[in-house]
Design a protein around this ligand. Structure first.
Ligand code: F6P
Length: 319
């Protein structure tokens, strides 16, 4: 019987547990053995391996975080580390690994595949910043959390006639920002992908204040790196009392949404189908709303368009 491992790597994301569960159960259903590797590639190198059965993954589909723990592993970035990892896989008798994480984790999966251990990458990150896929596990939950938080911030901004500047996560990408900004009715969304004109935003604010608007919401992607500065400038230029809120890690936790659970399960299932056939060095993703797989090197060389259409719609409906 084939024996496969599953690990989560990089930043955690809601829905990772659903993916781990699907990998485990789908493999067991095919008569394969499954082990969990704790704390990403670190656990492989340190031998933090747990036997998994159907019960190991009971009661986790609804939980945020990852039951396998996660970590970033600098040692896996050099050849010796990967070699050691491949040796460990042979020692344990692994015929393949499912790696749930982001681009950094996929690089390790490609290197390990090149050393004869078939690996399949599943996109797990709240940022949706993986080019080969329209969707990453955790994205929907993170956006819903951010939306709920900003709805609350709006209540108090409205009561005090204030402007709230809210920073959302996304590393260097503005996907969370533009979608959440649209969903909360923000007056402006500032992302690393699009140029912005703070003077123009402030001028519009002043104009609509004359016709009775009293509070404002500006969403800023963390990748812009200027949330405090923007907050200060808005207050100076408009005279509106302005507050900054950095949502931070609240966006990484919580029970995954339907979308995250379903897609994580589909992707986990697809990964096992590939490993069953002995296929490795692939990333599972979503294209045209369907689950597909692609060569890891090819996946890493792709680029992803920004949400230009949403950005245009937001700007035409904001004030
Ligand atoms: O990739 C997920 C993410 O939450 C990014 O949005 C953010 O830039 C980063 O991870 C934060 O990393 P850490 O949890 O290590 O501070």
């Amino acid at each position: 019987a084939k024996k496969i491992g599953v690990l989560t790597s990089g930043g955690d994301a809601p829905g990772m547990n659903a993916a781990v569960r699907a990998v485990c159960r789908a493999a067991l259903a095919r008569g394969m053995e499954v082990v969990g590797i704790k704390r990403g590639y670190n656990g492989l190198l340190n031998g933090e391996i747990i036997e998994m059965n159907a019960r190991t993954v009971s009661n986790i589909i609804q939980r945020g975080g990852t039951c396998l723990y996660t970590a970033r592993c600098p040692e896996f970035r050099n050849k010796e580390g990967v070699q050691k990892g491949a040796d460990k896989c042979r020692e344990i008798g692994l015929d393949g690994i499912v790696v749930i994480g982001g681009d950094g984790s996929f690089r390790g999966a490609a290197d390990l595949s090149a050393m004869g251990i078939p690996c399949i990458g599943l996109p797990g990150t709240i940022d949706n910043d993986i080019s080969c896929t329209e969707y990453t596990i955790g994205y929907d939950t993170a956006m819903n959390t951010a939306m709920e938080m900003i709805d609350k911030i709006r209540d108090t901004a409205q009561s005090h006639d204030r402007c709230s500047v809210v920073e959302v996560m996304g590393r260097n990408a503005g996907y969370i920002a533009i979608n959440v900004g649209l969903a909360v009715g923000a007056e402006a969304v500032i992302t690393p992908e699009e140029d912005y004109d703070l003077d123009a935003i402030c001028a519009k604010m002043q104009k609509v204040m004359k016709s009775g608007k009293t509070h404002f919401l500006i969403v800023v992607a963390e990748g812009v790196g200027k949330t405090e500065e923007i907050t200060k400038l808005i207050q100076e230029k408009t005279g509106v009392e302005t507050r900054a809120t950095i949502l931070g890690h609240v966006q990484r936790g919580g029970s995954p949404t339907v979308r995250d659970r379903v897609i994580a399960t589909q992707m986990g299932y697809h990964a096992v189908e590939l490993l069953e056939k002995g296929i490795g060095n692939r990333v599972v993703g979503m294209r045209d709303n369907k689950i597909y797989d692609v060569d890891i090197q090819e996946a890493l060389s792709m680029t992803k368009p920004f949400e230009d259409e949403l950005y245009a719609i937001l700007n035409d409906t904001a004030f």
